[in-house]
Design a protein around this ligand. Structure first.
Ligand code: SF4
Length: 301
């Protein structure tokens, strides 16, 4: 993805951002991912993780502020800028606040160990500097599966980190990868993921659907061991249904609009829209026409 502002900010590609940050000005505070070992993820395989020196990021922020002085939203990349030391992040946020007077919010990706690694005071200090939304891939709430895919954290640790961030005033946007457990693990993956999401009570929730890298067979053999069968689109819908059915959320925006999903759902709110979502999934289970489900060729990460 080449961002809109690449005419001015020289990005180190590849660069990824959530769909909801399409209009945000992006700064790469870190490059790559500090973990970079999740077996289903090839996003940053070509990059070595580094916390970029303050002076380097400062130059880009100052330059961008001349061109885009009215910026309201800033997104911090790459894979887990929240892994950077809190003091470094605070310095970058202070500068962003100074240079963009209309700034409303800053958001960033986090890895599963980043939030447990920060103190409540550090997270509050970042919140005071307009860090507002943290995006985090839970992937699954099933511990066995988290271990198999080498996520580097247990469900309990992920819940603890997310709760700590929420208590510091940050909004959490989390996602689950449908199909991660294959056909055999589908039900446990859906149910454990719902349990973990319920424990977190995030503000935003989304699903992605597994598209193995580089192909299904490699994922089957190298990642999940023998016997792993990829879910097809019908099983993916059943898994989504099990997941949604078990969700007990106070107030959460829910979407499946990511291009990897078969059934795009936009702008839903839980718990209010739960019945409507379940009905839509039931309809899709009976009618798999292209008007209802995204065709295989149109799916992408
Ligand atoms: S923590 Fe996120 S970005 Fe890093 S390897 Fe895992 S899935 Fe990829």
């Amino acid at each position: 993805m080449i961002p809109d502002h690449s005419r001015i900010v020289k990005y180190d590609l590849p660069l990824f951002r959530p769909p909801s940050e399409a209009g945000s000005l992006i700064f790469q505070v870190t490059l790559g991912c500090s973990w970079n070992r999740c077996l289903f993820c090839a996003s940053y395989r070509t990059k070595e993780y580094v916390v970029r020196p303050f002076e380097e990021v400062e130059k880009e922020i100052v330059e961008a502020s001349w061109w885009y002085p009215d910026t309201r939203r800033v997104f911090l990349a790459d894979g887990d800028p929240m892994a950077a030391p809190a003091g470094h992040l605070a310095r970058v946020l202070d500068l962003i606040n100074r240079r963009f007077p209309s700034l409303e919010r800053i958001s960033a990706y986090a890895g599963p160990t980043n939030l447990p690694g920060k103190t409540p005071e550090e997270l509050s200090a970042l919140k005071e500097r307009k860090l507002d939304i943290v995006y985090l891939g839970i992937e699954t709430g099933n511990d066995e599966l988290l271990k198999k895919v080498n996520k580097g954290a247990t469900a309990e640790r992920i819940v603890g980190g997310c709760r700590k961030a929420i208590e510091a005033g940050l909004r959490m946007s989390v996602f689950i990868i449908l199909g991660l457990g294959g056909v055999e693990g589908s039900s446990a993956h859906a149910k454990d993921s719902a349990r973990v999401v319920n424990a977190i009570q995030p503000h935003f929730l989304a699903t992605l659907t597994l598209i193995p890298h580089p192909d299904g067979r490699a994922y089957e053999e190298k990642v999940m061991g023998g016997g792993f069968r990829l879910v097809d689109r019908m099983q993916s819908l059943r898994e989504l249904r099990w997941f949604v059915e078990d969700l007990e959320l106070g107030n959460c925006k829910f979407g499946t609009e990511h291009a990897s999903n078969y059934l795009p759902i936009r702008g839903a709110t839980l718990p209010g829209d739960k019945g409507k979502i379940l009905s839509l999934i039931d309809r899709a289970l009976l009618d798999a026409s292209p008007g209802m489900l995204r065709p295989e060729w149109a799916r992408g990460l």
